[in-house]
Write a protein that binds this ligand. Structure first.
Ligand code: FAD
Length: 482
């Protein structure tokens, strides 16, 4: 419903990354912190709500605010300071991961933690507190921030270091407690633009989890592709990739490999097919028989010619594999996709993942893409990580299966809660407040709502995800002090 308080020229339809949800909103794209402060005051005075948005790469409704204001921070994208000796960089929140690594690489640095795509903004990744394929070793992105500035809806501008009590709450709070306006991160020293990668096939889930666990101390990065179509004795089969940084004497040409052009992913496949249209070729295979064919062939290749291979790969190619096919998400068709990612403690992981995968088969919806990673717990208020593993699964959404997906994920949520697992808001589009609350526990919820009351008493910062997951819990948990 259009708001009479806001200019119609700002009204747009805003979509999630998975193209499965969209909502109209008044989009403002500030270039300076003062404009953010003005907009927060404006919203406060008129009883409007504001949802923050970076690059919109969250899978669900974390950056939507139906009928209200979306504050798109992607134009606040200046690099404010860079020290190539210490590896410390200060940026505005709209700087992307792509811009960041391209800026620091030739001086021999790489961001210590990156997600599986380089498109997100630093503000967005800090709000979600993202992890990479090296979560066990390097923790989350918040662990590499040395200072930040944020604007609070109550009008205050604050500067925080990791020692401040508010730091682990603001980081991970998905833009619901304050707006990051300046972030200082410490990069990781690298001596080459290449990583040493090893790949091998694993015949079932048990072996996959055992191998990921064993590899985590020897390798910097550990990640597994899981074949969602496999069942019975092969349930959970897949391929593991591990990687480590090169030592100073291992790369004879660091000046070459540390160049952006060396890392940049090619525009064409085999020098012929433009990558920008490749998703169109994927589309005819995006159904169950196509999935069986592709996953079967991929596993066969991994278990034969690709098995036990060691090779060198650039940082960008290893970390941002999904960016190889621009707009791959469009291949899922009109209904888009949802991703379901859960995090299960070590001791419960095998049983819970087995039940989860069997449930996807029972519902007739094997995942189109399954990824398993090894994690460690952290200190952040709305942390998703545990000492254990995560399983991420993509599902194609159609008009006919929407309800079935919702039923299935409710069943999956119960398995996760039973196994003392956690959920991840950056990926979520389907959780219920009840399940979200149960995963966080009473103490965390009381602390969160006490902070919300202190920092955002009029609840100006409210994304659609906040309204779905937090707002229904407020009455029960919002009595305490921060
Ligand atoms: C292909 C793909 C692969 C991915 N791989 C991984 C992965 O490996 N690991 C992982 O952890 N995540 C991964 N993600 C998730 C992604 O990293 C997160 O969703 C990230 O938050 C997206 O950042 P964004 O800039 O797009 O922010 P948006 O999606 O626009 O927003 C994310 C959240 O940040 C808030 N926000 C945005 N800017 C600010 C700000 N300046 N201050 C305060 N809050 C703000 C928003 O309100 C929202 O709640 C992946 C996503 C995709 C699409």
């Amino acid at each position: 419903m259009p708001s009479p308080l806001l200019p119609p020229s700002r009204l747009r339809r805003v979509e999630n990354f998975g193209h499965s949800i969209s909502a109209p909103a008044y989009v403002f794209r500030p270039t300076h912190a003062e404009q953010i402060a003005e907009l927060l005051t404006f919203a406060q005075e008129r009883g409007l709500r504001v949802g923050l948005r970076g690059a919109g790469r969250s899978y669900g409704d974390a950056h939507l605010a139906a009928g209200n204001i979306v504050l798109d921070l992607s134009r606040m994208n200046r690099i404010l300071d860079w020290n190539p000796d210490s590896g410390e960089i200060t940026v505005e929140p709209g700087v992307t991961i792509e811009r960041l690594w391209q800026y620091v690489l030739e001086d021999g640095w790489w961001p210590a933690v990156v997600p599986g795509t380089m498109k997100p903004t630093i503000g967005g990744v800090l709000a979600a507190n993202v992890h990479g394929k090296n979560n066990w070793r390097e923790g989350v992105i918040g662990d590499h921030v040395t200072r930040l500035k944020a604007l609070l809806p109550n009008g205050a501008e604050i500067a925080l270091t990791p020692e401040d009590d508010l730091f682990p709450a603001l980081v991970s709070s998905m833009g619901t407690l304050g707006v990051f306006t300046q972030i200082t991160l410490r990069m990781r020293r690298v001596h080459s633009g290449d990583l040493l990668v090893r790949a091998w096939a694993v015949p079932n889930l048990k072996q996959m989890l055992a191998d990921l666990d064993a590899a985590k101390d020897e390798w910097e990065y550990v990640v597994a592709w899981l074949d969602g179509t496999a069942r019975g004795k092969s349930l959970g089969r897949g391929q593991i990739h591990t990687a480590r940084y090169l030592t100073p004497d291992e790369d004879p040409h660091p000046a070459r490999t540390l160049r952006v052009e060396y890392q940049t992913l090619p525009d064409n496949f085999f020098g012929l097919f433009p990558k920008s249209i490749f998703w169109k070729f994927m589309r005819p295979f995006m159904h169950k028989p196509g999935l069986w064919l592709i996953d079967g062939a991929k596993y066969l290749g991994a278990a034969t010619v690709g098995n036990n291979k060691t090779f060198r790969q650039s940082h960008a190619a290893f970390n941002f594999l999904l960016d190889y096919i621009p707009h791959w998400e469009l291949a899922y068709g009109r209904g888009g996709l949802v991703q379901y990612q859960c995090f299960i403690p070590l001791e419960n992981a095998e049983a819970a993942f087995t039940e989860i995968l069997e449930t996807t088969h029972r519902f007739g919806m094997p995942t189109y893409l399954g990824v398993v990673k090894r994690h460690r717990p952290d200190r952040y208020l709305l942390s998703h990580a545990v000492n254990g593993y995560s399983l991420a699964m993509d599902f194609k959404v159609t008009r006919r299966n929407r309800e079935r997906i919702q039923k299935m994920v409710l069943a999956l949520d119960r398995i996760v809660l039973e196994a003392k697992g956690r959920f991840y808001l950056a990926k979520d589009a389907t959780l219920t407040a009840e399940h979200w609350g149960a995963s966080l526990g009473e103490e965390t919820l009381r602390r969160y709502f006490a902070l919300k009351k202190q920092l955002d008493p009029n609840e100006v910062l409210q994304t659609d995800q906040y309204r779905r997951l937090f707002a229904p819990l407020k009455a029960r948990y919002a009595s305490g002090h921060a």
